[in-house]
Design a protein around this ligand. Structure first.
Ligand code: ADP
Length: 508
């Protein structure tokens, strides 16, 4: 496009209260490249000056109400017009000094009246030329910055594209399934591995059709978890079986997707992977099955043994030494039984079969019974148990499981308590039962405080303290099944306090 700046008419403002003078000036300046605008007063001139940019203003000095000088000073005060050139038309040459003194900015000139047509044409032509050049420069500057902006945008786009290409290449190089989804959860990309594995082309993945790759039994829960994550913007994690197109085999995959956010936290996209962990899953399942079978098998002969020992203990003619030995056997049998029960519980929990049988009970009396039973064992390790129970705390809980929670916490407090006093406290607070079990023993490092509630996790040295790392795991599962929570406050070397909080009625 060529610019027709030079051909464009330029605005020139003529201000005079006398119409015959205006007419004369208009005819002198009448040229197709000028667009002449006339004003009969200072206020009319100001109005016109608001409407457009003039190349030059010719103004009569002698006007009623607002004379030329007043008008000029208003023009110079306005930001938009301060640089507009002014030509005063003056009758008396005595005004000249005033004209030059008054204005520090912009071009100011004067012409004596009556005007000489050639001089006025020449002066106006100079200002018009200046105005045109200025306008041309301004337009070029705008065009230039526009071009620069476009160039910059192009560069940014190219950068973005090349970054995206790199990620895509990376995604294609990874042996796992990689996918992305838009903020609404719609799959927007899946790598080659996905296509090879499931035989589902990205073009076939509109809406929820990607779910077709998932085993019938896992599909609903996967979708539920995905929709929940998309809704809350939380990390998505699910296990499901994916159908391998090659042979129709279903293999377990661990799928994880994280939200990508902008500075304001708004989710921009989801980035996900699915990893085949069939072998690991099989190993875990085999371990759980073994645990379950082993604990059942161990329990049967143990029950028989326990009954025998108890029967013998009830026998009349027992020698004192024999009785003491049998009592020791009985205690060891009970420990063995607790261990086996824990194994059984772990396998129940991992297969989702931990059941609770809630009934209305008083937790104070449950705790008193457990402590009574436990005192002997505690005193052997030299620990004193201080009890602070207060009023009965009634609620709907599974009595046996509550006994188990306290037994686990108490036996840990004694085991890791360094022979120092252990205290048990129970209170009803805010509709909840708050139980705490404290000791002054070896304590737990901060880094281990969360981990010890997980399956088989231990923090103490095996050579000093035996154990399988099941107690706290089971404890937490029981508490959670009752709608409660358990945590530990501890300092290494200074002891630990385990805090259990239980709602008094079962929620949900
Ligand atoms: P276990 O005692 O059989 O190892 P738990 O699940 O009961 O299993 O406990 C897990 C770990 O937590 C223990 O191995 C120990 O390191 C730590 N722990 C539990 N209770 C205490 C306590 N009262 N003081 C210090 N450490 C403890």
């Amino acid at each position: 496009m060529t610019m027709s700046v030079n051909e464009e008419a330029v605005d020139v403002l003529l201000v005079d209260d006398r119409s015959e003078d205006l007419l004369a000036l208009s005819s002198v300046l009448a040229r197709p490249e000028y667009h002449l605008v006339t004003a009969r007063s200072g206020s009319e001139a100001l109005k016109r000056l608001l409407e457009r940019d003039f190349a030059v203003v010719l103004l009569d000095v002698m006007m009623p109400t607002m004379d030329g000088f007043e008008l000029a000073s208003l023009i110079k005060q306005r930001e938009r017009t301060r640089l507009t050139p002014l030509i005063f038309l003056t009758a008396a040459s005595s005004d000249v000094g005033k004209i030059y003194r008054g204005y520090s900015v912009g071009a100011v000139d004067y012409l004596p009246k009556p005007v000489d047509p050639d001089v006025v044409r020449a002066k106006v032509a100079i200002f018009v030329e200046l105005f045109r050049k200025d306008r041309l420069l301004r337009r070029q500057a705008i065009a230039l910055s526009e071009a620069e902006r476009r160039e910059r945008e192009l560069q940014i786009m190219e950068l973005k594209l090349s970054a995206e290409r790199r990620y895509m290449n990376l995604a294609e190089a990874i042996p796992q399934i990689v996918f992305t989804a838009d903020p609404s959860g719609e799959i927007s990309y899946a790598n080659r591995r996905w296509v090879e594995y499931t035989g589902i082309e990205p073009s076939e993945m509109k809406g929820k059709s990607w779910l077709q790759g998932i085993h019938d039994d896992d599909r609903a829960s996967a979708l539920r978890a995905w929709e929940a994550s998309v809704k809350d913007g939380e990390i998505f994690e699910a296990e499901f079986r994916l159908r391998r197109a090659r042979d129709g085999a279903y293999r377990w995959h661990l799928c994880r997707a994280v939200p990508e956010r902008d500075e304001t936290g708004q989710v921009l996209a989801w980035l996900g992977t699915a990893t085949d962990f069939q072998e690991l899953k099989q190993a875990i399942r085999a371990r759980d099955e073994f645990l379950s079978i082993a604990s059942h098998e161990l329990r049967t002969p143990l029950t028989a043994l326990k009954l025998r020992v108890q029967g013998m203990l009830h026998g009349k003619e027992l020698e004192e030494r024999t009785r003491a030995k049998l009592e020791s056997v009985s205690r060891q049998t009970e420990r063995l039984e607790r261990l086996i029960d824990s194994l059984l519980d772990v396998s129940r929990i991992t297969t989702g079969h931990l059941e609770i049988e809630p009934e209305e009970i008083d937790l104070v009396s449950v705790i008193e019974e457990v402590i009574e039973r436990y005192r002997e064992e505690a005193s052997q390790s030299g620990s004193r148990i201080d009890v602070d129970l207060g009023e009965p705390v009634r609620g709907v809980w599974d009595r046996m499981r509550m006994e188990q929670v306290l037994t686990n916490l108490l036996s840990n407090a004694v085991k890791y308590g360094d022979g120092k006093p252990v205290s048990v406290r129970l209170r009803a607070e805010n509709g909840k039962a708050e139980l705490s079990v404290s000791d002054h023993g070896i304590g737990i490092a901060e880094a281990d405080c969360a981990r010890i509630f997980e399956q088989f996790e231990r923090a103490a040295a095996r050579r000093n303290y035996g154990g399988l790392g099941m107690g706290l795991y089971i404890t937490r599962q029981i508490v959670v099944a009752h709608g409660g929570a358990v945590r530990v406050e501890s300092e290494l070397g200074a002891g630990s306090t385990f805090l259990v909080s239980l709602p008094r009625s079962l929620q949900r």
